[in-house]
Design a protein around this ligand. Structure first.
Ligand SMILES: [Mg+2]
Length: 229
């Protein structure tokens, strides 16, 4: 019997990755004076991964990684005007309007009252709170859980706090790696809703054989799925 449904936020409830890719593309054009856009993109990803433990996920860490990459690739010769442009790109990313994915509000309306709904997301607290406010979905959620990472131990801690068993928890998200696999591994339910663009970090082709796993093409199909669990 499922009691709590956790929703990932970025690219599950609202558009996120395309905004990052747009920012990255503008960044690569700035650094193109020194290195090709392709190489810049690769280097940026490497910097982000190296910084992940220090900065965590989110736009502010991304901004710092862009600056660090630009300085490294230009061998320290990048002008302050260009660094300023990069900072502006990061601020614009933080200030982007929130675009809900189709069917999200209707789905949350249908689930409200039947389940405890929580938002379980990685990223920067302030950034995610701001996005939630802009999304106007705040009232649907019992609470917002900002997780420093989405590994099995992070989910176990979350369930512990919620005082529920894994079999009473269902997680919905666009990332197999972060939203689905760890939840299945601890005995919960995972519903994958793929998004058309995925962050390199989240990519995986693996589809688990697990009776608690399902994949739906759009989030609105979740209600139908829940009736058959
Ligand atoms: Mg996501």
């Amino acid at each position: 019997m499922i009691k709590v449904i956790g929703f990932d936020a970025d690219d599950t409830l609202w558009v996120n990755e395309p905004n990052y890719q747009e920012t990255e593309s503008a960044f690569c054009k700035i650094v193109n004076a020194w290195v090709s856009e392709e190489e810049t993109s690769r280097e940026l990803f490497a910097t982000e991964m190296a910084n992940l433990e220090l900065y965590g996920f989110g736009a502010k860490g991304f901004m710092l990684s862009m600056i660090e990459t630009a300085i490294r690739l230009s061998k320290g010769s990048i002008e302050s005007e260009k660094l300023d442009q990069i900072i502006k790109l990061g601020k614009e990313l933080l200030d982007k309007p929130v675009e809900l994915l189709p069917g999200v509000s209707t789905l949350l309306d249908q689930l409200q009252g039947k389940y405890t709904i929580i938002l379980a997301t990685k990223g920067d607290l302030l950034d995610q709170e701001r996005k939630l406010r802009k999304s106007e979905l705040e009232s649907y959620f019992h609470h917002i859980e900002i997780m420093s990472d989405k590994r099995e131990e992070n989910y176990l801690k979350l369930l512990n706090r919620l005082e529920i068993q894994p079999a009473e928890f269902l997680m919905v998200g666009n990332s197999m790696k972060s939203d689905i696999m760890p939840v299945l591994n601890i005995g919960g339910y995972g519903v994958h809703v793929p998004f058309h663009i995925n962050w390199l970090h989240d990519l995986t082709d693996f589809v688990p054989e697990n009776s608690k796993f399902a994949q739906i093409t759009e989030i609105s199909k979740l209600t139908e799925l829940l009736e058959n669990i």
